[in-house]
Design a protein around this ligand. Sequence first.
Ligand SMILES: *[C@@H]1O[C@H](CO)[C@@H](O)[C@H](O)[C@H]1NC(C)=O
Ligand SMILES: *[C@@H]1O[C@H](CO)[C@@H](O)[C@H](O)[C@H]1NC(C)=O
Ligand SMILES: *[C@@H]1O[C@H](CO)[C@@H](O)[C@H](O)[C@H]1NC(C)=O
Ligand SMILES: *[C@@H]1O[C@H](CO)[C@@H](O)[C@H](O)[C@H]1NC(C)=O
Ligand SMILES: [Zn+2]
Length: 464
Amino acid sequence: MLVARRIFALAILATSACAQSLMEPLSIWPPGPGNVLVPQAPDQELTEMLNQIDPARIQAIIEKLVSFGTRHTASNQTDPVRGIGAARDWIAEQMRGFAAASNGRMTVSVPSFVQQPTSALTNATVVSNIVATLTGSKEPNRVYVVSGHYDSRVTSIFNNIDDAPGADDDGSGVAISMELARIMATHQPAATIMFAVVAGEEQGLFGSAFMAQTLKQQGADVQGMLDNDIVGASKADDGTIDPFSIRLFVSGLPPTNTAAQNNELASIGGENDSPAHQLGRFVAEVAQNGVTQMNVRTIFRPDRFLRGGDHESFLDQGFPAVRFTEPHENFAHQHQDVRVVDGVQFGDLVEFCDFEFNMRVGKVNGAAIWSMAQAPGTPKNVLIDTSVLTNNSTLTWDVDPNVAEIAGYEVVWREADLPQWNRVIEVGLVNKVTVLLSKDNVQMGVRAVGKNGFKSPAGFPLPN
Ligand SMILES: *[C@@H]1O[C@H](CO)[C@@H](O)[C@H](O)[C@H]1NC(C)=O
Ligand SMILES: *[C@@H]1O[C@H](CO)[C@@H](O)[C@H](O)[C@H]1NC(C)=O
Ligand SMILES: *[C@@H]1O[C@H](CO)[C@@H](O)[C@H](O)[C@H]1NC(C)=O
Ligand SMILES: *[C@@H]1O[C@H](CO)[C@@H](O)[C@H](O)[C@H]1NC(C)=O
Ligand SMILES: [Zn+2]
């Protein structure tokens, strides 16, 4: 069947070539075959889910988290009202309540381990994550993770006593994992979604490292991780308000690459086409629309200077992972003792949060995670033929293991200095195609189109 469809693909190709020469003089941008890429819009089911994200619930979650006083990683683990243990138990209980409505599809676990002392942690400490797993109906081993961290801190990283409200850092991210878990529990994605709330972030990304390592050891095919950390405030310290944009930090060369793999990427100009870049492009495509009302400002950098986050734990295991952070951080509200100095309030207090903004960031996450989990997986083993000098480009890739759900494939492309895919060539249900497009001049990727209309992130071709 695949061979027969290849002929069909070449026929389309010939049509594209004609269209190009008749309708698109090279002086008009963008030149070349295919059509303008129209971003995927949320379908009705997804739109309804996104519209259920409730700013009042986000507020209640953050206020409850703040009520535990401190959620420092080394704070009390057994006191029922104060400390990280009480927070852990409350989050787990809430998640179990959401799972109860899932008809068995969602399960909640509290994976724990003993973190040995480090330069940032005085004593050996039990670190516990809370993970609500909504198992995929078609491909349970293909996994997407949305995560926030529930531990908090003040000025001293060792201070496990004083109030550390952690409303924005990172009650805001926890609220997104919890709201999406609540809403999506009653729906059925094709691939698995994990709604994670992790600990030990402030002292060294302990909880997320444990989660990513565990998934790697289990052989899970993690194709996307969204880290939400400081996503709850929209107002800058100069009073500027920017409630309709969110920064998305997208890392370049994967830390798991060997020097030889990095050299190969550099040799073909692939530095801006890492799996995390493709994940970032996908998020920007599916999450900037009238339903989310958000702009996604993609920044090609692993994180802000001097900062890191839980996405790095997933990158370290070779998984694509990206980080959301609000557009204007106020450093007086982060990692600070709660105090007033010269009339200025320091501390990560709930009064600085914008729950409507937090809701819209939740919509961005919901659009991205659900679209990925409903779409086919990212095409694997995408290769470009470099054996002969030609103006055409021949691409090959592995047929999806779940091919019964695939309607076909698309080659996406862009001028090499543009951030986002903006052209698309439909090529049919094939695993090899030659496009009338020179690999010398543009960047190309291959994405899968599901019979349900959802389209995967792009796989970037390496030289064969
Ligand atoms: C934690 O809180 C419990 C209950 O209040 C108390 O009995 C225990 O001593 C506390 N543990 C530590 C290490 O402070
Ligand atoms: C570490 O353990 C020692 C000995 O049990 C205890 O006195 C100290 O308070 C602990 N420190 C922290 C930060 O928990
Ligand atoms: C490749 O394209 C260039 C124009 O872009 C043309 O001059 C050249 O002849 C083409 N080469 C082949 C082998 O078709
Ligand atoms: C490759 O490109 C040339 C023009 O450079 C074209 O004449 C030829 O038909 C193309 N081959 C295929 C297989 O598309
Ligand atoms: Zn944080």
